[in-house]
Design a protein around this ligand. Structure first.
Ligand SMILES: *Cc1c(COP(=O)(O)O)cnc(C)c1O
Length: 426
């Protein structure tokens, strides 16, 4: 690909960007030509904050010098290591710190919370999800249904976009919830749909599910750190998410979970218990009986994997420094710029699957290339060769997700020029 300089418009947008200095706080991968790649794949695995290495090194250092005493002494005793994540995470998902905990991984947390929150009883036993649900979420739900002796063919309600449409309509989801009515035990939906990038209306859908008498859980894997969410005010019962996508906490990072305050009363809900969920004051009395800690902390099982948690401190510091409102404002500007460039350069040849409305889009733009899946796949390969890192989602979507923490307007422009080049290649 020939070297291009950024347009005056992209340069001006980058000069005016108050978040621009944060880019230098990340290490970004290189493309095939040795230049920094255009990294638009933070929806899949966020790049490494430079401070992540230092945070991990600190733990290694304390381990080597203090060993077991590191649990109680040193600057950041491991006994309480996980506690510092609750407040910054709560700010990102619209919760109180006691409603949030960093633990396990996403699918593990989903199962643990389903144990407490999916309590089928008589006629009220069905679960509503969307037909395009992330496979792991669907596997979790189907296996939970079977675990309860229920047949998924009968008990699983799957809502899909209308024929010829790519994204879900809120009114269709609400109508399906209303139709299922008092047969509905649980609604589980994504804050952002992973394939299309559509942002779902958490408040409206939570309200509809609760009016139907159902429990409602959210998978925020693609929402946290991407779009503002207000879990507490919406009244969601529970939520789960991972920290390796927009949160940039590293591959397989420790995940997060939310349990609404109204369920905080210790012991009110059945759960699979472990000693780290025991009330803190008496945990080390080592008694035989489980007394759950109030709030989300009471769902923990094991003492936290401190090394695996360490990078999350580095990325949450960046989120707090920038603030979600400023990140969201830049994100909307980046995708608006991308949409305008796509319209100008590739109208009719690239279809944007992600909704245009600001309230329905986050960082990610899902693109469908005219000419079918094979043409789309070939285009994607050419983008990679040009140093633009996005990803491909079966059957036919290229996902590009400019992230406001580290991407620039010039990079968005470079990606779309690379797409135009790729489509011009016979
Ligand atoms: C990324 C993602 C997952 C991944 O699950 P893990 O347990 O972290 O491997 C699950 N659900 C959704 C919706 C996702 O986007």
């Amino acid at each position: 690909m020939t070297e291009r300089t950024a347009s005056p418009e992209a340069e001006a947008l980058d000069r005016a960007d108050p978040l621009a200095p944060l880019r230098a706080r990340f290490r970004l991968p290189l493309g095939p030509d040795g230049r920094t790649a255009v990294y638009l794949c933070g929806n899949s695995l966020g790049p490494m904050p430079r401070d992540a290495a230092a945070r991990v090194q600190e733990v290694l250092e304390l381990w080597s010098t203090l060993a077991v005493r590191g649990h109680h002494t040193g600057p950041d005793p491991w006994l309480h290591f996980h506690e510092k994540f609750a407040a910054p995470l709560a700010r990102l998902v619209g919760a109180a710190p006691g409603e949030v905990v960093a633990m396990n991984t996403l699918t593990v947390n989903l199962h643990l919370l389903l144990v407490s929150f999916f309590r089928p009883a008589g006629a009220r036993h069905r679960v509503l999800i969307e037909r395009g649900a992330f496979p792991s979420d669907r596997h979790a739900i189907v296996s939970q249904l079977r675990y309860h002796g229920l047949a998924p063919e009968q008990a699983l309600v799957e809502v899909e976009p209308r024929p010829g449409e790519d994204v879900l309509r809120t009114e269709d989801l609400v109508a399906a919830i209303d139709r299922a009515g008092d047969t509905l035990a649980l609604v589980l939906l994504p804050g952002v749909q992973y394939r299309t990038g559509q942002v779902l209306d958490v408040a409206t859908l939570t309200g509809a599910a609760r009016r139907a008498g159902a429990v409602v859980g959210w998978d925020l894997a693609h929402a946290i750190g991407n779009v503002p969410v207000a879990l507490h005010d919406a009244g969601a019962d529970f939520a789960v998410w991972c920290h390796y996508k927009y949160l940039c906490a590293g591959p397989g990072a420790v995940a997060g979970a939310f349990v609404h305050e109204r369920h905080a009363r210790a012991g009110a809900l059945p759960r699979f218990a472990g000693w780290w969920g025991h009330e803190v004051a008496t945990r080390f009395a080592m008694g035989p009986d489980f007394v759950p800690a109030p709030g989300a902390d009471g769902w923990q099982l094991s003492n936290p994997p401190v090394l695996a948690l360490a990078p999350l401190a580095a990325s949450l510091a960046l989120f707090d420094e920038a603030g979600l409102p400023a990140l969201r404002a830049k994100s909307l500007a980046l995708t608006a710029f991308a949409r305008a460039r796509l319209a100008a350069r590739l109208a009719g040849r690239v279809d944007i699957v992600t909704p245009a409305a600001e309230s329905e889009r986050g960082c990610q733009l899902s693109l469908r290339i005219g000419g079918g899946a094979a043409a789309g796949r070939a285009t994607f390969e050419r983008l990679c060769a040009a140093g633009v890192i996005g990803d491909w989602r079966e059957p036919d979507v290229i996902r590009l997700a400019p992230a406001p923490l580290y991407n620039t307007f010039a990079e968005v422009e470079r990606a779309i020029e690379a797409l135009a080049d790729a489509l011009a290649t016979p």
